[in-house]
Ligand binder design. Structure first.
Ligand code: KIV
Length: 265
């Protein structure tokens, strides 16, 4: 099956077709998402919180990201697989960013990488793109900076912050990013960025005007329940279903009704 390419995503923006993106960290969901026709699968460093149970994404390492990306990339046939560059894997220098980004493609089988930040990472983005590595930008709420931002609130509400975000988006486009994630920013600002850029914007908590949308899969399926952002629409309640199933199994084992004769050899 032919892979989705960054060029196809540009073409989708040109034609006004919405881009569908979700996260995956492991084989089962990677298969489900790919078979359902999702265009882009991000192996997000959100796995630090959702998969590993950390307080933030800051502790996630290159080794963890490569491990999960390898599994997802080998499960996916059609979607574009993007590996999320963890904290400290790209900030130090363009050389280090390039070397680490290369590992996502060469060792883990991703087709692209994502980096958080604007103008301050433009040199890194340029360097990776020059080496043939497609880069997805990420602006607005950038969770790797949570200790500096002081939480996970809506970003760029003030005019000077909005102007900076617009500028950062243009700088990332200029540096060669193939698309930009806009996380938790006002919808009108996301609309302006989307209209100004010729590359696609992928929104998460950024309103309805972006060229595509992404959510953390475990959020939209009701599996990650530690907090529930307003922007998440729950399409299933798998956490509740799983708890009910486990409770029923426990009761059956305790009462001796599982396994039955039919389930025995
Ligand atoms: O880490 C992640 O999953 C992300 C998406 C939520 C955009 O950055």
């Amino acid at each position: 099956m032919p892979k989705v390419t960054t060029k196809q995503l540009w073409e989708m923006k040109r034609k006004g077709e919405r881009i569908v993106a979700l996260t995956a960290y492991e084989y089962l969901f990677a298969r489900i998402l790919d078979e359902a026709g999702v265009d882009m699968i991000l192996v997000g460093d959100s796995l630090g919180m959702v998969f590993a149970g950390y307080e933030s994404t800051v502790r996630v390492t290159m080794e963890q990201m490569l491990y999960h990306t390898r599994i997802v990339a080998s499960a996916v046939e059609r979607a574009l697989v993007v590996g999320d560059m963890p904290f400290m894997s790209f900030q130090v220098s363009p050389e280090e960013a390039l070397r680490n980004a290369g590992r996502f493609l060469q060792e883990a089988g991703a087709q692209a990488v994502k980096v958080e930040g604007g103008e301050e990472v433009a040199e890194q983005v340029k360097r990776m793109v020059e080496a043939g590595i497609p880069v997805l930008g990420h602006l607005g709420l950038t969770p790797q900076s949570v200790y500096q931002l002081g939480g996970y609130g809506v970003q760029a509400r003030e005019e000077d912050e909005a102007r900076k975000l617009l500028h950062d988006a243009e700088v990332l486009q200029e540096a060669g990013a193939f698309a930009v994630v806009l996380e938790k920013v006002p919808g009108e600002l996301a609309r302006e960025v989307t209209e100004r850029l010729h590359i696609p914007t992928i929104g998460i908590g950024a309103g309805p005007h972006c060229d595509g949308q992404i959510l953390v899969t475990q959020d939209m399926l009701g599996l990650f329940e530690r907090f529930r952002p307003k922007f998440v629409r729950r399409y299933a309640e798998l956490g509740r279903l799983a708890r009910e199933a486990v409770a029923q199994y426990s009761q059956d084992v305790r009462e001796g009704t599982f396994p039955s004769e039919k389930e025995s050899f």
